[in-house]
Design a protein around this ligand. Structure first.
Ligand code: FAD
Ligand code: MLT
Ligand code: ZN
Length: 447
């Protein structure tokens, strides 16, 4: 059972009475019915790439892990309706490939796409690198099939773009992290395939310059802007140190970088010209220090590797604290300045690995231990570091979890930083759907 009882980072471990791997909705419902009758709690699990312990059982050894990975069928592609119906265990990359085979695009894209599943993406309302243009997972869903906590199957697999017949129940389950039911299938939106793309790696003097540059890119590129990822030098240095095959695009080091991607459905959209014009304007305004436009698919892949290798690289630097925060886009420079100052004053030497989906206001403000520090002494400060960061998030009316969810690592913080009325309404919904508290207990809410 070992691979089901630890997560991608090896940061969480649990025990389980059983791991069950049903292959159909009926089999999932039968398992859930049995657990409901016997009052045994269940932990739904997809690719186990979630970063806050949501898919891990507790250490009682009495919970059942319900892995969806055998529910891996693409049930239907409907090009005319621009939809695809998939089962929860389909790996995201497989879904992207199936869409491409049908001449369409499924736009959700993230570093773990080779192993995360559609069910996990739905249950965490995953974000990633194309939210700027296509939205979060929530924006990509038309219908859901869910096994409710008593084993009843809700067939909400509608493929309608308009349906105003009361409350839109699918949104309850999206982002519910397995606490309200088991998602078994979904109807998802497809988009026109992108036939032109242009990608650049750009060095910047400051985070203010990143905001000004995204403004220029939007003015000139409109909604062709599909990606705008920002990384600090510290983040890039970790990747260069630990991820095989990565090289620095520039001879000199710079404080900040952005990876920009434009996409268009026309095969000859001249996106390189748009990029060059925008970067030229930015150079004139002193916003850009250096820039490299990728000229081959291999180069594009290498630049994305440099960005997407950050999570893996940080694992090699010892224990780290993940803060997946969001603030209004316009507050990003001030947030970073204030949070950096708070940490430098309170916890000298910690290494701030700040990067993320800056166009969405979502930063991964991750912290690695000081060079040479004992793991234990760093871990002893974890709570205090987290609060220092979240106090600054709160000062900017931000969120302590922009895309990864709360799981078991942020539910305590949510109890402190989330609006009390909202939390109380959420608990009422949980009580209504899962009165016995058997669906992924100990996640989202402090039990
Ligand atoms: P799991 O980790 O297995 O589960 C996550 C949660 O969903 C758990 O609470 C689990 O109980 C619940 N769950 C899983 N399947 C179901 C189901 N069928 N029904 C009900 N509940 C279910 N996330 C982002 O949003 N954006 C990123 O850019 C991003 N980048 C990442 C990069 C790396 C390198 C890694 C390792 C992770 C990254 N993540 C990112 C986090 C993670 O990949 C996503 O949260 C993903 O959606 C989780 O999918 P999974 O199948 O692995 O889910
Ligand atoms: C990413 O965008 O790379 C991940 O969501 C961040 C992380 O691993 O902390
Ligand atoms: Zn992310």
């Amino acid at each position: 059972m070992r691979s089901y009882l630890t997560d991608w980072r090896n940061a969480f471990r649990g025990k389980a009475a059983l791991v069950v791997r049903p292959a159909t909705t009926e089999e999932v419902a039968a398992v859930v019915r049995l657990c409901h009758a016997a009052e045994v709690s269940l932990v739904p699990q997809g690719g186990n790439t979630g970063l806050c312990g949501g898919s891990m059982p507790d250490d009682s050894g009495r919970q059942v892990v319900l892995s969806l990975t055998r529910m891996a069928r693409i049930r239907e592609v409907d090009p005319a309706n621009a939809t695809v119906t998939v089962e929860a265990g389909v790996v995201l990359q497989r879904l992207q490939e199936a869409a491409a085979e049908a001449g369409r695009l499924f736009p959700l894209s993230l570093g773990a796409e080779g192993s995360c599943t559609v069910g996990g993406n739905l249950a965490t309302n995953a974000g990633g690198t194309a939210v700027l243009r296509y939205g979060n997972m929530r924006d990509l869903v038309l219908g859901l099939e869910v096994v409710l906590p008593d084993g009843t199957v809700w067939n909400g697999l509608r493929s309608l773009r308009k349906d105003n017949t009361g409350y839109d129940l699918k949104h309850l389950f999206i982002g519910s992290e397995g606490t309200l039911g088991v998602i078994t299938a979904a109807v998802l939106k497809l988009f026109p395939a992108l036939r032109s793309q242009a990608t650049a790696w750009v060095a910047l003097p400051s985070t203010e310059a990143a905001l000004a540059l995204i403004g220029i890119m939007r003015d000139l590129g409109g909604d062709r802007l599909t990606g705008f990822e920002m990384m600090s030098r510290q983040s890039v240095e970790f990747v260069l140190r630990h991820v095989a095959g990565c090289t620095d695009p520039f001879a000199q080091t710079h404080p900040w970088y952005v990876l920009i991607e434009l996409g268009d459905t026309l095969p000859d959209a001249a996106l390189g010209d748009i990029l060059e014009t925008a970067l030229g304007e930015a150079f004139e305004q002193g916003l850009v220090l250096d820039a490299a436009i990728a000229t081959s698919e291999a180069r594009v892949a290498a630049l994305w590797h440099l960005r997407e290798g950050i999570s893996e690289a940080q694992n090699h630097e010892g224990p780290s604290l993940k803060h997946d925060i969001s603030v209004p886009v316009s507050s990003i420079p001030a947030f970073i300045e204030r949070a950096d100052a708070a940490l430098q004053e309170g916890f000298p030497g910690v290494r701030i690995v700040c990067y993320g989906h800056v166009g969405d206001g979502n930063l991964h403000y991750n912290i690695s231990k000081p060079v040479g520090a004992e793991d234990a002494s760093f871990k002893a400060c974890a709570e205090a570091i987290m609060h220092a960061v979240y106090e600054v998030v709160a000062a900017f009316n931000g969120s302590i979890s922009a895309e990864h969810g709360l799981g078991q690592s942020k539910h305590h913080a949510a109890a402190l930083y989330k609006d009390a009325l909202e939390l109380s309404l959420m608990k009422s919904i949980k009580q209504l759907l899962d009165p016995k508290g058997l669906m992924n207990p100990g996640k989202i809410f402090v039990s």
